[in-house]
Design a binder for this molecule. Structure first.
Ligand code: ATP
Ligand code: MG
Length: 374
């Protein structure tokens, strides 16, 4: 992986860039410092608007501000908070809550499947966040693993809420489509009117992928993917993973029903269905990565408090809850050592160098000893 790109002199309004956090189809996300209150923020820059014609650019920025305002009104522990929206000569930007965590895309990329208990926690928190947003008539439109982040304290945060409504189609480069249709609902792909149930379909696709590491509607190209989502069947998850409880396939069928009326109507319904599945199949006491949730582990009856997540962000979670995502966040720690732009403030880099120096020292000592004995 490339070295983290450090641009110390870069700033967006009053936000001073500290590091690059990641890149998406619409621009770069930076970690930045707000000197006014000494807080770290994440700044999403959208430089490609420069490619737009003047009239369209104005309209784009107007929509961006409008959507940021909508998203800014949402206050929920499972939704990333939007602080600010602004514009520089490099293009517009959105300043938001900085999350130190790991996205589900990174977890999938590290080939880690969620355990059922971890899945319930993800669905519970994302489902609650979505129900809250939908009740305020805000639809996400781009729920996918890259937009769901696990942060400290076992919190799952929904990112980019509302932002997907900005007409990014105008930001397509020649021959390149922004965003991935793999997580979109049939009605969204067909340009029909959508409601919150479309987000729940996208959450269903995410669930399937987090449990099997495969997308339910894979394809070589966009046309094939779209055709499958609108008309095709998906392979039962139980054929891809043996430790799923009976009823998981039926759960997926409801989550991914083509007809929104046949789907889970609310996040709460999806959470309840998953809770029932877990009651049917007790999980081991210690949360583990999927590979270790195997037949050989002695089951224990599920304790309700294991699944109780406080909706009050000020209450610290119980130590058991605090451990649920431990094996997933090591994904993040590993990526820090690879230098994805977050490592520079964590102090992990020097540990690697010290270990390397010790190793070299040991090697030199062995060579010297060998030389002196021969
Ligand atoms: N608030 C945040 N705090 C910390 N990191 C963030 C934050 N928002 C985004 N990131 C990081 O920046 C990366 C890029 O985010 P971005 O939303 O631009 O693209 P994406 O969602 O990964 O993909 P796409 O642009 O195709 O939707 C994310 O994967 C994440 O690692
Ligand atoms: Mg995103």
């Amino acid at each position: 992986m490339a070295e983290p790109e450090k641009k110390p002199s870069m700033s967006f309004g009053r936000y001073q860039v500290v590091a690059e956090l990641g890149r998406g189809s619409m621009g770069v996300v930076y970690k930045a410092r707000d000197p006014a209150i000494g807080r770290m923020v994440a700044v999403k820059s959208i430089p490609e608007t420069f490619a737009l014609e003047p009239g369209k650019r104005e309209e784009f920025i107007r929509r961006l501000r409008q959507e940021a305002m909508t998203a800014g009104r949402l206050q929920h522990p499972n939704i990333v908070t939007i602080f600010d929206v602004g514009e520089t000569e490099a293009g517009p930007y959105i300043a938001m809550e900085f999350l130190d965590g790991v996205t589900l895309r990174e977890v999938i990329g590290a080939q880690k499947k969620l355990s059922l208990r971890q899945l319930l926690e993800v669905v519970r928190q994302v489902g609650e966040g979505l129900d809250y947003a939908h009740a305020k008539a805000v639809i996400h439109r781009d729920i996918k693993p890259a937009n769901l982040m696990i942060v400290q304290g076992n919190r799952v945060k929904i990112m980019d809420l509302g932002i997907a409504r900005i007409p990014f189609s105008e930001l397509t480069k020649e021959g390149k489509l922004v965003g991935s249709p793999s997580y979109m609902s049939p009605e969204q792909l067909q340009g029909q009117k959508i409601d919150g149930r479309s987000d729940l379909f996208s959450l269903g696709v995410t669930v399937y992928q987090c449990m099997t590491l495969k997308k339910p509607f894979p394809g070589e190209n966009i046309n094939e993917i779209c055709l499958k989502i609108v008309h095709g069947k998906f392979q039962p998850a139980s054929e891809l993973r043996t430790d799923l409880p009976p009823g998981f396939d039926a759960f997926m069928e409801t989550a991914l029903a083509k007809d929104p009326d046949l789907r889970f109507q609310k996040g709460a319904e999806m959470i309840q269905a998953l809770e029932k599945l877990l009651e049917a199949k007790p999980q081991p006491a210690e949360p583990t990565a999927s590979e270790s949730v195997s037949e050989g582990v002695p089951p224990r009856p599920p304790a309700r408090e294991d699944f109780a997540v406080t909706s009050n962000p000020n209450l610290s979670p119980t130590s058991e809850i605090d451990d649920i995502f431990r094996d997933l966040t090591t994904t993040h720690r590993r990526s820090l050592t690879l230098g994805d732009g977050r490592g520079e403030e964590t102090g992990i880099g020097w540990v690697v160098w010290v270990l390397l120096a010790l190793g070299l020292g040991l090697l030199a000592a062995v060579v010297l000893l060998w030389n002196s004995s021969h």
